[in-house]
Design a protein around this ligand. Sequence first.
Ligand SMILES: CC(C)(COP(=O)(O)OP(=O)(O)OC[C@H]1O[C@@H](n2cnc3c(N)ncnc32)[C@H](O)[C@@H]1OP(=O)(O)O)[C@@H](O)C(=O)NCCC(=O)NCCS
Length: 243
Amino acid sequence: MDLANFIINSGVGGISPLEGEMAGRPEGVGSTELDLLRQKDVGASRAATPSVACRDISPSRGEIARAFAIVAESVIDTAAREALLDRAMGPKRRKKSSEKLRRGRRPSEGLAFVARDASGAVVGTVRLWDVRLGEGGPAALLLGPLAVELGLKSGGIGSALMRHAIAEAARLGHGAILLVGDAPYYGRFGFSADRTGALAMPGPYERHRLLALQLKDGALDGARGTIKAAGRKIKGQAPGFVA
Ligand SMILES: CC(C)(COP(=O)(O)OP(=O)(O)OC[C@H]1O[C@@H](n2cnc3c(N)ncnc32)[C@H](O)[C@@H]1OP(=O)(O)O)[C@@H](O)C(=O)NCCC(=O)NCCS
């Protein structure tokens, strides 16, 4: 079965705009792996959130070297995601300016994803957050953190998470995504600092690392000022609670 048929027949999710990219990779995940992925997808809004499955075959050994699927994050993933972020980024991650825009908020509806390996373990994470560009300014998304399990770097998981997140944000009608990160990495997904010169993060950051991607023409026209948190607040939790 090829990957496109695997995804259609599997019920893991609809076909994502990534299908073409992923379908170019070796063919689909076996039924045991699929069952695991189904079991771990508890609580994910499958209908609204297309998923992507992918695996790499080790040409030398002729067996599965890496397999992963991108699915909606579920509440049972929280501890694994936080542990992964600690391993990938260290404890200082909580001091970043971006964290001020996330703290005490929920990610934007339908825009939190994890990558799972064939055993169902969380091996990658990305989330997007609702923000406002300046006081009373237009709405946009802030992406991050993006992280992949240390031992699985350069296996395409980060790119798959990014492309899936961008495609979903566009499908849900968002106009623009911002992030603080390295242009040499994020440039490949269309991010640049071209339209962020008049914008600022609410705390220390490196100006050249504030990048943006327009999903709709003109979404960042005239955008200026300090980026504000605009996400749904987490009720009944301490201010520092991480969703
Ligand atoms: C950044 C990260 C998410 C990329 O995930 P990944 O699955 O390794 O990425 P991909 O496999 O899609 O892409 C790997 C490519 O990106 C390159 N790359 C990774 N990080 C990069 C960076 N900061 N700047 C430039 N290139 C980078 C790699 O060198 C590799 O290049 P190659 O394809 O020429 O070999 C991962 O390295 C990670 O978790 N890093 C630690 C957390 C982090 O820094 N997050 C980003 C915060 S800005």
